[in-house]
Ligand binder design. Structure first.
Ligand code: ADP
Ligand code: TYD
Length: 205
């Protein structure tokens, strides 16, 4: 049996990942493929517990390395319990954020550097995305789309942090042009969705 397609979505908070993922799942299913939708941090009971800890607004004293390791731990469980088993039986997996988020938010944003990539290579054990959609929108605009009372610990970081993260995403896009597809996410939901479907159509044949 062929391994399923592993699709990830990346981008600033409020860039429209959740909105587009829902649409893409319906599109893929309408073509007769078995697709599952999942998210990070989260996707398993253990990873959802780690999500609560890492995003809790009250945990403001959290050390940056602790933060990076919690994201990686949640990911290790997610890969082992959900993503890899699904891909192994040929299912398409669509994941809201993955390893690239750690590289930009912890590696660049927190200044932890390349150790974040290395830690995550241990966490994912060879399970890398086939294609990644990077929804590109100015972090300021993304922030305006999210209600103030719904912002988590990371979303509450200063705008400078989110700008640095966005720049890092653009660097990753240049570094992995065969995998990461940059999408102008300042457009309408329909326009963005049409472009994403065209890419997936080409991949699925
Ligand atoms: P993310 O998962 O990246 O944080 P969401 O899909 O949850 O983003 O979208 C955040 C908010 O912005 C939601 O209220 C959503 O309806 C809205 N939104 C999503 N895409 C667009 C778009 N292209 N233009 C304007 N608003 C959008
Ligand atoms: P998420 O729930 O995807 O937020 P949103 O839907 O608003 O984009 O992710 C929560 C936060 O966690 C988000 O600000 C990005 C951050 N994050 C990291 O810093 N590192 C990671 O590895 C992941 C997966 C997320």
């Amino acid at each position: 049996m062929n391994r399923g397609l592993f699709i990830t979505f990346e981008g600033p908070d409020g860039s429209g990942k959740t909105t587009q993922i829902e649409r893409l799942k319906s599109f893929i299913q309408s073509k007769g493929y078995d697709a599952i939708l999942t998210r990070e941090p989260g996707g398993t009971p253990i990873s959802e517990k780690l999500r609560e800890i890492v995003l809790d607004k009250h945990n403001m004293e959290m050390d940056y390395m602790t933060e990076a390791l919690l994201y990686a731990a949640a990911r290790a469980q997610h890969v082992a319990q959900v993503i890899k088993p699904a891909l192994d039986v040929g299912r398409t997996v669509i994941c809201d954020r993955f390893m690239d988020s750690s590289i930009v938010y912890q590696g660049y944003g927190r200044g932890l550097g390349d150790c974040v990539r290395i830690i995550n290579e241990y966490a994912v054990r060879g399970c890398f995305p086939d294609i990644t959609f990077l929804l590109k929108v100015d972090p300021e605009i993304g922030k305006l789309r999210i209600k103030a009372d719904e912002q988590d610990r990371l979303e509450l970081e200063k705008l400078d942090y989110h700008k640095a993260v966005f720049q890092a995403y653009e660097e990753l896009e240049k570094k992995y042009p065969e995998r990461i597809i940059g999408i102008d996410a300042g457009r309408s939901i329909d326009e963005i969705s049409k472009e994403i479907k065209e890419h997936i159509d080409r991949l699925l044949g």
